[in-house]
Design a binder for this molecule. Structure first.
Ligand code: UDP
Length: 251
């Protein structure tokens, strides 16, 4: 058994060198952080749930032609992914006002937006991920205009698909964040959806009660974080193969 080379360690995931060139292993940790890592905790079982939920979503998105980095799940906490050159942007899509949008524009949380709104944030912890416009993105060469168009189109497709998928199981998709990367084929590159889509990166409200089933339970100290993520997995029908969740821990 050779020791795997760690490529990158983030707040919730670790990337290791993959078995083939052009692949990586994405490991989901139990660590939870919020407010740019000022708030931290270990939530036992979160990594297992996010690995499984993100696998499910990426697989379904692949099925409708949204190309992404997911290749296959390897075990409880790891998935094999395509290596991409990460575009340093967080692409946020919103259907209902919440979080930073509510604060910035004084909109009550829960207010339906007139249409889906996409925002870009520059991925930079030292600067607290500031919101940026297409002007900044092209001027600083973070992405080309073609890549911005691709990200906008893909994010709207992801949004439409996820709204339907979650809506069918009684969950409202309030907003979500996605990240993109490029893969090179000779002199040409393609944009792929990367990172993860999970209750860590989405706002998911129970459609009947508006109960939060996402990371806001951790951010706002609402409790039952793991129970809520487990409920999302259960409703998506992916609990059958899930290990038993006992009192907040996945065993
Ligand atoms: N989000 C994320 N990572 C971030 C910032 C935001 O996954 O670093 C997600 C967040 O979970 C929510 C959406 O993006 O689903 C919009 O977040 P918002 O801008 O409202 O910021 P927040 O209130 O989370 O600070």
């Amino acid at each position: 058994m050779t020791r795997r080379k760690k490529i990158y360690e983030g707040k919730a995931k670790i990337l290791y060198e993959g078995p083939e060139p052009g692949t990586l292993i994405q490991y989901f940790k139990d660590d939870a952080t919020a407010f740019n890592a000022q708030k931290k905790a270990v939530l036992e079982g979160k990594g297992v749930l996010n690995n499984r939920i993100s696998e499910y979503i990426m697989t379904r998105l692949n099925g409708i032609g949204v190309q992404n980095h997911f290749i296959k799940r390897l075990n409880l906490r790891e998935q094999l992914i395509k290596e991409v050159e990460i575009i340093p942007l967080e692409v946020v899509c919103r259907n209902i006002a919440a979080g930073s949008l509510s604060q910035r524009l004084g909109l009550p949380e829960g207010q339906q937006l007139p249409r889906s709104i996409i925002e870009f944030y520059y991925k930079n912890d030292a600067l607290n991920d500031p919101m940026v416009t297409e002007e900044h993105i092209t001027a600083f060469n973070w992405a080309s205009t073609q890549e911005i168009d691709d990200m906008l189109a893909m994010t709207l497709r992801v949004n439409d698909f996820l709204c339907g998928m979650f809506g069918a199981v009684g969950i409202t998709l309030v907003d979500f964040k996605c990240e993109y990367g490029r893969v090179w084929e000779g002199d040409f590159s393609r944009v792929l959806l990367a990172d993860e889509i999970s209750p860590d990166s989405c706002r998911l409200w129970d459609s009947a009660t508006n109960e939060k089933l996402d990371k806001d339970r951790f951010r706002r100290d609402l409790g039952n974080v793991i129970e809520s993520y487990t409920e999302v997995a259960r409703r998506l029908g992916i609990m059958k193969e899930m290990p038993t969740v006992i009192q907040g821990g996945v065993h």
